[in-house]
Write a protein that binds this ligand. Structure first.
Ligand code: THU
Length: 129
């Protein structure tokens, strides 16, 4: 599974976004350590603060399928140029040992970065012993 293929899976998931309030469709694709791909889209709510991000949706789908180790998360937004995961989603990624986050860079090419760059000095499960 290439970064580009994972981004394409994320873009496809974004078409199922439920985002009537922001009209900002986001999709994510998770590559589990066993090679399986899980996807999710953002799901908004009339109580705005109850919205779920695409990355969290996809990670939740993976975890519910039994995944505990994720290699890569790809995120794509269909209604904006740049989709960099929010802070809360970065923390959720940290819990499942995500190594790489892929998005489209400003030049339209896949931009893969280590999670440690996006979330330095993070708090994770190892801190609890
Ligand atoms: N959103 C995501 O799905 N992922 C992010 O990392 C940032 C924001 C969603 C939440 C909300 O439905 C919409 O984008 C606008 O913030």
């Amino acid at each position: 599974m290439t970064d580009k293929e994972l981004l394409e899976a994320a873009a496809e998931a974004a078409t199922r976004s439920y985002s009537p309030y922001s009209s900002f469709r986001v999709g994510a694709a998770v590559l589990a350590a066993d090679g399986t791909v899980y996807t999710g889209a953002n799901v908004e709510n009339a109580a705005y603060g109850s919205a779920v991000c695409a990355e969290s949706s996809a990670i939740t789908a993976a975890v519910n399928a039994g995944v505990r180790k994720i290699e890569t998360v790809a995120a794509v937004c269909l209604d904006g140029e740049f989709c960099s995961p929010c802070g809360n989603c970065r923390q959720i990624m940290q819990e499942f040992f995500v190594e790489t986050v892929v998005m489209y860079g400003p030049d339209g090419e896949p931009d893969a970065r280590p999670l440690s760059e996006l979330l330095p000095m993070s708090f994770g499960p190892e801190a609890l012993g």
